[in-house]
Ligand binder design. Structure first.
Ligand code: 3PG
Length: 209
């Protein structure tokens, strides 16, 4: 459920974002992340084979909370549901997608860049949102400012987040968690360097404590 995912994110506070088109590498990576303290992960739809990657990771890693990112259309949202993914995330929000997501019942976190996006999200019942691209639109200062008119909203700051910045970002009371791809960079996935990814994951998990 949405509440269960939010409560897991509130505990872990760091959501790794994985971009890979290789099923075996995705499974290895997600397993490594989970073994090192990051039990929830977002897999983006930015690669041609992403739906198959999602489906296989969901199957292979039943104890991991596997979500799908970069959902841009209702058709993608439908396909994501069919993979068994636990939640969906988008970089932005549209009326069409927000309506489809609200009706789908899939735990879903739309992306916002400012107050108007957030008002659209709230119209559809979404009060946990991804602030994207966080470093460009104002990061923790933006989250703090939006907390004035929207005190019940919580943010996942994503885009340009670093492990160094994470503890400070997480101090802001309406920041639920941060998301980022820094703990699973393409070069380390490509070279099957799971030890290095494990170290980055453990460091990220520690930054969330
Ligand atoms: C995303 O999909 O949210 C971004 O790719 C994450 O941003 P990052 O790569 O700067 O961490």
């Amino acid at each position: 459920t949405t509440a269960a995912i939010i409560s897991q994110l509130a505990q872990v506070r760091v959501l790794p974002i994985l971009v890979t088109d290789d099923v075996d590498q995705a499974i290895r990576c997600v397993t490594t992340l989970a073994e090192n303290g990051l039990p929830a992960v977002e897999i983006t739809l930015r690669t041609p084979n992403a739906m198959a990657v999602l489906r296989e990771v969901v199957k292979a890693c039943p104890t991991v909370t596997v979500g799908a990112g970069t959902i841009l259309t209702p058709a993608q949202l439908d396909a994501v549901r069919n993979t068994g993914a636990a939640f969906g995330i988008s970089p932005g929000i549209t009326p069409v997608l927000a309506k489809a997501a609200a009706e789908s019942g899939l735990p879903y976190f739309p992306g916002v860049g400012g107050a108007s996006d957030l008002m659209l999200a709230l119209e559809h019942g979404f009060n946990v949102v991804k602030l994207f691209p966080s470093d460009i639109v104002g990061s923790v200062k933006m989250a703090k400012a939006l907390g004035g008119p929207f005190p019940d909203v919580k943010f996942c700051l994503t885009g340009g987040v670093t492990v160094e910045a994470t503890p400070t970002l997480l101090q802001q009371s309406n920041v639920l968690c941060v998301g980022g791809s820094w703990m699973c960079p393409a070069n380390l996935i490509g070279s099957n360097d799971w030890a290095a990814i494990g170290q980055l994951a453990a460091q990220a998990a520690a930054a969330g404590k």
